[in-house]
Design a protein around this ligand. Structure first.
Ligand code: P6P
Length: 331
């Protein structure tokens, strides 16, 4: 019978890869594991409990209508991470400023606790996205500029949870990407997708084409390229867009594709946030043999200037992203 590895066992096994590790990082990952289970449970009964469906009366700092489950997820991840005493601060899409936690904590976390949450009411997959760094400031309350505004290439781990037909936790600590599927019957995440890699080629492009006439000529020309009949380059590609970054990215990681959220006239820096959407997704993309840029610059090399800054995102199979960058550059 094939050996079943739980996420807990995997974390402990991999801890041995870091000689002298004190287990703090493992405790951090276990906190994410716990909060993911709690959020998954709540999401899976969302349709049954009126008090958690729909919009809260509040808006987040983005001016976006908060969903009740956004707030629930945010609170669960903050509570779980705070209890482990290893995090000195959290930056969250749901909070204007970072949240200082344990002054002795070695790590910081940037997160989107429930990305795509407006899809919950129509039963479409949503996700949590997280990014982990070691703190730079010596100790005490973290410092935004030095601790939170680090380039994505300084991440020590990143990942996402997708609450879909099943709940999966997909993450990397810099040695490849592994996917764990949650078994609610026994309450554990089980290693189901070891060493995830993008396929060598792909033909899915994911973009909100409602923005077509709102985009640059370069982006329009890439979409036309994707739609052109050309057997030699396996086109036309297939358009697939869920409107939930984690779901679109996860499908492209498994089936092969490119996800694009470009600059538009109404959103000149795109819509997605660098710290807790683009950087963690880019980290996973590169660890899985793919790539991620803003259309020209590697996402992980962009120096952040503010917690909630937006950047355009082109991510997926290297050859597909490189082709998009080539077309953008030519226009
Ligand atoms: P649009 C969800 O709000 C999100 O942040 C991502 O999950 C998703 O890919 C994107 O925005 C969808 O944006 O403008 O296409 O509705």
């Amino acid at each position: 019978m094939e050996k079943v590895t739980t996420l807990g066992e995997f974390i402990i096994e991999r801890q041995q890869d870091y000689p002298g590790s004190t287990g703090e990082f493992s405790r951090l990952l276990s906190a994410i594991r716990l909060a993911s289970k709690i959020v998954s449970h709540q999401i899976n009964k969302a349709g049954l409990l009126n008090d958690i469906l729909g919009a809260a009366e509040s808006e987040n700092i983005q001016g976006e209508q908060q969903q009740k489950l956004d707030i629930f997820a945010n609170n669960q991840f903050i509570k779980a991470l705070e209890k482990r005493k290893v995090i000195c601060g959290i930056a969250s899409e749901e909070n204007e400023d970072f949240i200082p936690l344990n002054k002795e904590g070695k790590y910081i976390v940037s997160m989107d606790p429930l990305d795509g949450s407006s899809n919950i009411d129509v039963n479409v997959s949503v996700g949590t996205i997280f990014s982990i760094y070691e703190r730079i400031s010596p100790q005490g309350q973290p410092v935004e500029l030095t601790d939170f505004l680090q380039e994505g290439n300084k991440q020590v781990a990143a990942g996402y949870v997708i609450y879909g037909s099943s709940t999966m936790l997909v993450y990397s600590t810099g040695n490849g990407v592994n996917g764990f599927t949650y078994d609610p019957g026994i309450g554990v995440f089980v290693l189901s997708h070891p060493n995830m890699k993008f396929p060598a080629t792909g033909k899915i492009y994911s973009m909100n084409e409602g923005n077509f006439f709102n985009c640059s000529v370069g982006v329009q020309n890439y979409i036309k390229y994707a739609q052109t009949i050309d057997k030699a380059t396996n086109r036309p590609f297939t358009g697939r867009y869920i409107g939930s970054l984690v779901a679109d990215f996860h499908r492209n990681l498994i089936k092969g594709g490119i996800y694009i959220y470009p600059a538009t006239q109404s959103a000149p820096n795109g819509k997605l946030r660098l710290l807790y959407e683009c950087n963690p997704i880019a980290y996973i993309a590169e660890q899985a043999g793919g790539t991620a840029s803003d259309g020209a610059t590697r996402i992980l090399d962009i120096k952040p200037t503010e917690l909630h800054q937006r950047v355009p995102l082109y991510t997926g199979i290297k050859s597909m992203v490189n082709k998009a960058e080539e077309i953008l550059k030519a226009n």
